[in-house]
Ligand binder design. Structure first.
Ligand code: WQD
Length: 332
């Protein structure tokens, strides 16, 4: 029996594949390569010394997913596949609703038909909107400011309703804070297409000289230094959180924050990256980015209590590993 990892060649999916195989799981990857590269599969096989069955399919393609479930036997699925660019989701909302909702519905439907009960879903801290920090899992969700965030909140509700109707389903909704970093080998990491939207990939490209300077989006937030505060988590810690969720899977719908519980401002982040990697990051402060909140960080006590999981790596590790990956993999 294997674990099906959809989006297994993407940033978080690929690191989770490594963590699963390290713990002795057999893994099958389904990925349509829409935002990932086939080379990641070779890198994963090198890192794990395993041949990993790979299916280049779209998870909204019901026939293709059904055939996959005929070919392979699964004890659980981890569903990462989805579009994730916040800005793009504002310009192309239907693309986001169609892909992110239909992939989740299709996969859950086939799991139900085939009796696969363990279902782990990639959600996001974005579902908390502008709640008070620290965000905890019992909070009433507030509207997010973009269709991407709405797809995450909607998928959570869809899976919750499925559990209501079918009580032996075991669903974990994992709300990620800000995943960054890379596998310490530099074999896999975050490789966004085009100009990055997120802070760490933008900074690593400024560090290589590919981009001229970082724009800091606002220094007039009600935070100690005026810049946005986020809970950055090393992608390997996040990956291990998925293994913990799988091992502690139980009937019902269970929500867990996966973060460190620690908030870091943009200026603190830049300072840490510069100190750890001994590289100056030129930046200038520009107006706030639409849709950003001042603060986002997790109350991590539930994951610790129920999954026996806490993040082990700190921001220094994240900066070191992200830069190591960029140096080894940037083309210029
Ligand atoms: C972090 C901080 C920015 C870029 C988003 C999604 C979330 C999740 C992760 C996806 C903020 C500031 C950033 C830059 C900056 N989704 N910043 N200059 O916005 O917390 O979360 O990514 O997969 O759902 O909303 O992450 O890395 O974009 O920003 O000053 O060039 O860095 O304002 O304070 P965010 P981020």
């Amino acid at each position: 029996m294997s674990i099906l990892v959809t989006g297994g060649l993407g940033f978080i999916g690929s690191h989770t594949v490594v963590a699963l195989i390290k713990e002795g799981y057999k893994v099958v990857i389904a990925d349509n390569l829409s935002n990932s590269k086939i080379e990641v599969l070779n890198a994963l096989e090198n890192l794990t010394n395993e041949t990993i069955p790979f299916y280049q399919i779209d998870v909204i393609d019901e026939d293709a997913v059904s055939r996959l479930f005929e070919n392979q036997k699964f004890s659980g699925v981890i569903h990462f596949a989805g579009y994730k660019a916040v800005g793009e989701s504002v310009n192309e909302p239907l693309k986001y609703y169609r892909n992110n909702l239909l992939s989740t519905i299709t996969l859950a439907n086939i799991c139900q038909k085939k009796g696969v009960k363990k279902f782990i879903f990639s959600s996001s801290a974005t579902v908390y909107g502008s709640n008070r920090v620290p965000f905890d899992e019992t909070m009433q969700l507030l509207p997010t400011t973009n269709p991407y965030g709405e797809t995450k909140a909607m998928c959570e509700r869809i899976l919750g309703d499925l559990v209501q109707a079918n009580g032996d389903f075991e669903v974990a909704l994992l709300r990620y804070f800000n995943p960054i970093g890379a596998h310490p080998s530099g074999g896999i990491g975050e490789a966004p297409n085009g100009i990055p939207n997120n802070l760490m990939p933008f900074i690593t490209q400024v560090a290589t000289g590919k981009l001229k300077e970082l724009q800091v989006f606002g220094d007039d937030y009600p935070t100690p230094d005026g810049t946005g505060v986020r809970d950055y988590i090393h992608v390997m810690d996040l990956a291990e959180g998925h293994v913990a969720a799988l091992e502690n899977s139980k009937p019902g719908v269970h929500i867990y924050n996966l973060g460190t519980g620690k908030g870091t401002s943009v200026l603190e982040f830049i300072e840490t990256f510069e100190r750890v990697n001994k590289i100056k990051i030129p930046y200038k402060v520009v107006p706030r980015r639409v849709g950003d909140v001042a603060y986002s960080y997790a109350d991590v006590s539930k994951a610790k209590r129920e999954l026996n999981w806490t993040a082990k790596r700190n921001l220094e590790h994240m900066c070191r590993d992200a830069w190591n990956f960029e140096k080894l993999n940037s083309k210029d």
